[in-house]
Design a protein around this ligand. Structure first.
Ligand SMILES: [Zn+2]
Length: 587
């Protein structure tokens, strides 16, 4: 349902409906063409708060083209926040059948901690073609709490070779299938008990989840040193260690990694002591004491150089920022960490202003190559592609930093909710540019996101519950989702939206949330939205697509009693599978 504009020119009467579904308004004093132009501009102007596509543009008889109007009005819209903060609720309530969908989460098993040992010496020193089936030797010790009693524990485990399993120190029976490790102790796990599970295993893959490049591959790929690293999102942690590989189950991690002398290991949290075990190898330990999802764990090793930065708050408290990359990339002609990372402390200030206090004790970046992605928000230690050190991917750094709040501090509870993470991080790119460049900077990012979505918009599936094999869909998971955050901001106003967003982050601090959790909290925090919350979440997330509008603005040519009548006809044109026929939005 499309409702009339609430932003008529100062001298216009309220619009009135006509028998064929159009709307008319009358101007007492302004020349016809100006009223037409202003109204056309403002119709488009309101739509800058909504992800809408004009199928045929707006027919305007003023000298300014519709395209120019749109550009101008979008700038005007972004520059004048009063335009979008004065909207009052005008739309009918549309009940979402059965409420927003949720996924069943198995919370009967809660892993409290993982302590991991990986021996990467052979993988770093042996050409990939000459490595045996066992790429690394490894061990994990897990503390697992059982909320229900059960005879066995099932862990996710794919390309790992299981050697032995112990439960509370006693050897346990186990069965390894293609995708899971089922552990059966001599007596059942009891409700509310905590068990210590120890698994000795080896990694069978060095090309997925865990990646290793020796000097042979480094020479071929133009890498400056051998390198090994991990990348798990969404479900590849299980490919390099047995775990409860569900984003909602957070645990604390300690990782010990054995590497040749001269190599530096980088992981989440803070570096602990390093222990030499031979003349040519050492064990290096990292610990992250705050709860973290398995997919956010990373381990990296190469001949890294450490470049320290820090973010200093007004109260003089400090967040250390530890950046690891090859020494030649510290300030080289092509790759320069100093140039590329210069804005990171300022980004912290911008993000804390919008999201609240940075949730972890430390932050950092570890640069790896070769990888087929740009960056990854590993908790407190983002992994970045070496390409990003070329200095032209500033928004990528803002994206990964934004994830530390939206994605890491509060994690999507299921992969159906990935839009919460990626939409929030993509939105944070715009917030950074807003802090740095003002409203025009914000608009430039959102316009770019709009373009990326519109290239494929109507062909893409709904945002919520996107199939896991396409969850990193640029059009929807990133761009349309960023617009969902943007629309919530614009339609409710900064004074309500950002406190509500911070309440959401605080409520799910170091935990996980489903989309329905955000919806419930926003209903409480912003009880009078322009569009009912259930309707908003349903049409933008559960349904596909966006409004496609055909708009015509016309006016009579002869004044009636000194009044000119302007008529706006807007027709929704979108159609397709699972597409709302009656998007509701402020217009
Ligand atoms: Zn992201």
């Amino acid at each position: 349902m499309i409702m009339p504009t609430t932003s008529l020119p100062d001298d216009a009467t309220s619009p009135t409906p006509t028998s064929d579904g159009g709307w008319t308004a009358t101007s007492a004093t302004r020349p016809r063409s100006l009223v037409q132009a202003r109204m056309a501009r403002e119709v488009v102007c309101w739509c800058a708060s909504v992800l809408v596509c004009w199928s045929a543009g707006v027919l305007v008889t003023s000298p300014v083209t519709a395209q120019e109007h749109k550009h101008l009005s979008m700038q005007e819209f972004y520059l004048d926040p009063t335009l979008y903060e004065m909207i009052s609720p005008r739309h009918e309530y549309r009940v979402m059948e059965g409420g927003f969908p949720t996924k069943n989460i198995d919370s009967t098993v809660d892993v409290l901690s993982y302590e991991l040992w990986f021996d990467w010496v052979m993988a770093l020193q042996t050409a990939r073609s000459e490595r045996p089936e066992r790429k690394t030797e490894a061990k994990v010790v897990m503390h697992v709490r059982f909320l229900d009693g059960k005879p066995s524990l099932t862990l996710d485990a794919r390309t790992v070779i299981i050697d032995s399993v112990f439960v509370d120190g006693a050897a346990a029976e186990f069965e390894k299938t293609n995708s899971v490790l089922e552990i059966t102790p001599s007596s059942p796990f009891m409700a509310n008990d905590t068990a210590v599970i120890t698994v000795h295993f080896a990694n069978a893959s060095d090309t997925r989840g865990f990646y290793a490049y020796s000097q042979v591959e480094a020479d071929t790929l133009d890498l400056l040193a051998p390198i090994a690293f991990t990348f798990s999102q969404p479900e590849d942690a299980r490919r390099w260690f047995p775990c409860n590989d569900k984003p909602h189950d957070k645990a604390v991690f300690t990782v010990h990694t054995r590497v040749p002398t001269g190599y530096t290991v980088v992981s989440n949290g803070t570096r602990q002591d390093s222990t030499a075990d031979t003349d040519t190898t050492s064990w290096q330990t990292w610990n992250h004491p705050l709860p973290m999802s398995t997919y956010l764990l990373c381990v990296n090793a190469s001949k890294f150089h450490l470049y320290d930065q820090q973010y200093v708050r007004d109260d003089n408290s400090i967040v250390p920022i530890a950046n690891y990359h090859w020494l030649e990339d510290q300030n080289g002609q092509t790759y320069s960490a100093e140039r590329s990372l210069a804005e990171i402390p300022n980004m912290f200030a911008a993000m804390e202003d919008r999201f609240g206090t940075y949730p972890f004790e430390t932050y950092g970046h570890v640069t790896v190559a070769p990888i087929p992605f740009g960056g990854m928000e590993h908790q407190s230690m983002s992994t970045i592609n070496r390409r990003w050190l070329m200095g032209d991917i500033e928004l990528g750094y803002a994206h990964e930093l934004g994830h530390q709040w939206i994605g890491d501090e509060v994690t999507c509870a299921t992969w159906a909710d990935i839009w919460l993470n990626e939409g929030g991080a993509s939105f944070s790119e715009a917030l950074w540019y807003e802090a740095k460049l003002g409203p025009v900077g914000y608009a430039s990012v959102m316009d770019a996101r709009r373009t990326r979505y519109m290239r494929r918009g109507l062909d893409e599936p709904p945002v919520y519950d996107i199939p896991i094999n396409i969850i990193f869909n640029e059009a929807t998971t990133y761009s349309k989702s960023a617009w969902v955050y943007h629309m919530m901001r614009r339609q409710n106003g900064d004074a309500l939206f950002f406190p509500a967003l911070q309440s959401y982050i605080k409520k799910y601090h170091l935990a996980a949330a489903q989309t329905a959790d955000m919806l419930a909290l926003f209903k409480e925090e912003m009880p009078n939205p322009p569009v009912d919350w259930d309707t908003f979440f349903d049409q933008w997330l559960v349904k596909a697509g966006h409004p496609v509008l055909n708009g015509i603005v016309s006016a009579n040519t002869i004044a009636e009693g000194g009044m000119y009548r302007t008529r706006i006809t807007i027709t929704p044109m979108q159609s397709g599978e699972n597409l709302p026929s009656d998007f509701q939005f402020p217009l």
